[in-house]
Design a protein around this ligand. Structure first.
Ligand code: GDP
Ligand code: MN
Length: 399
């Protein structure tokens, strides 16, 4: 789950990381008063930032600086409601505008291949890291944290020198360790600061001092860990999630949309993957991964069917259920119920084995739907589903 910048910054603040004070606002009036507060407290400018879960907000015009509260409100009026890469801006973050001397990049991610937390750092911050990685891969430096001890001070110092931040060694070490702490405390799989800025403050006598500050923050939480972080679950932004994902989660279904034409309904992640492999081997393309889970009840099966049919590319549906805890008759009832409610009748091939498979066969036979075929083996089911999908496609092409 991706967090909005303002949520991510709160998690950083909770670990003691240097993040400026900020406010979140949903209309220009709120922006005006937040801006007035920061300007009154000594800021010379304020920054107004669109809160959307996509990168490159700056380039898209979603990050603007203002010198007065009025100007901030006017900029907010432009930014709120703006479309950034298909997402409508509903909230903005308002903060004292930093005087940035230089922009760096620092992130830690879960590196699955090394099974450790990996730090990535670069002196080329502010731009998208994918661009740096593609054009100047040497500009990104890497460091793996110790699995038990975390990022050790000497490692953090080495990373600082690697990106020419030796002048801010103490700040950098604290920030890098803070990112690791943020990751651990929240079961995050990414904590990214871009830019990590060298920020200048000018005192009334004209003297200046520089320090590191987290100017942007991106945090993603491991979805599987969310059950133990109800406070993070509440940060979920439903406005920015695909309605299909929201529906799947509400039903406890694990559903991933793919590009093919054969909808899959399977119980068990391993069986679902096997089913997809066999579809591919038979020359078909799965339209989705869907694990209805163990003990699937009729209503869950019906909900799964709706998710599959929401995809207009689906030309046939393959139901592959191994009845263990899940009962075949329950699944069959759900399928019949789901089909009775559908406007779009997509051909379906059903293979149900295990608990109450015979009852399941009876229920499907009694329903007498001409578009539903059954299969005794998985190979047979896959062949039929692929053949039907191809027929439908050919018919569609000639029509
Ligand atoms: P992103 O484009 O979505 O990654 O949004 P960022 O928060 O990274 O902002 C984009 C750019 O705006 C940064 O790289 C900075 O150059 C600039 N920016 C952001 N905050 C400030 C600020 O407080 N002061 C100044 N001068 N520039 C800022
Ligand atoms: Mn950024």
């Amino acid at each position: 789950m991706k967090l909005q910048e303002y949520h991510a910054k709160r998690l950083l603040q909770a670990q003691g990381l240097p993040v400026s004070d900020f406010a979140v606002a949903a209309n220009p009036t709120e922006v005006r008063s937040a801006a007035a507060r920061f300007l009154g407290a000594g800021a010379t400018r304020v920054v107004v930032k669109a809160q959307v879960l996509v990168g490159g907000r700056g380039k898209a015009g979603g990050v603007k600086l203002a010198s007065t509260a009025e100007e901030a409100a006017a900029l907010a009026a432009q930014i709120l409601g703006m479309d950034i890469k298909g997402t409508t801006v509903r909230r903005v973050l308002v903060a004292p505008g930093a005087e940035i001397v230089a922009e760096y990049y620092l992130a830690c991610v879960l590196d699955r291949s090394s099974r450790r937390v990996m730090f990535m750092a670069s002196a080329e911050g502010g731009v998208e890291i994918e661009v740096v990685a593609a054009e100047r891969p040497d500009a990104i430096k890497y460091m793996h944290a110790h699995p038990l001890l975390g990022l050790l001070d000497y490692q953090a110092r080495a990373l600082a020198f690697d990106i020419a931040l030796g002048a801010h060694l103490r700040d950098f070490v604290a920030i890098a360790k803070g990112l690791f702490a943020t990751m651990m405390a929240n079961d995050a799989d990414l904590v990214e600061i871009n830019p990590l800025g060298i920020v200048r403050t000018t005192a009334s006598d004209g003297s200046t001092s520089d320090r590191l500050e987290c100017l942007d923050a991106k945090v993603t939480i491991d979805d599987s860990a969310l059950p133990r972080h109800p406070e993070l679950e509440r940060m979920r932004d439903l406005d920015e999630e695909d309605p299909v994902d929201v529906a799947a989660r509400e039903q406890g279904l694990s559903f991933i949309k793919l590009d093919g034409t054969i909808g899959c309904m399977v119980n068990g992640a391993g069986l679902a993957m096997t089913t997809m492999d066999l579809i591919k081997r038979a020359g078909g393309e799965p339209a989705n991964f869907l694990d209805v889970g163990g003990g699937a009840k009729a209503d869950k099966v019906a909900a799964a069917m709706r998710l599959i049919l929401a995809d207009p590319n689906v030309r046939s549906i393959l139901v592959n259920i191994f009845g263990g805890i899940a009962r075949g008759d329950e699944v069959a009832r759900g399928l019949v119920e789901a089909r009775s409610m559908q406007e779009r009748h997509v051909p379906m091939v059903v293979r149900i084995v295990g608990t109450n498979a015979d009852l399941a066969a009876q229920i499907l036979a009694t329903a007498g739907d001409p578009d539903v075929q059954t299969a005794a083996t998985l190979d047979e089911a896959v062949d039929k589903a692929v053949a039907v999908a191809n027929q439908v496609q050919a018919a569609g092409a000639s029509a």
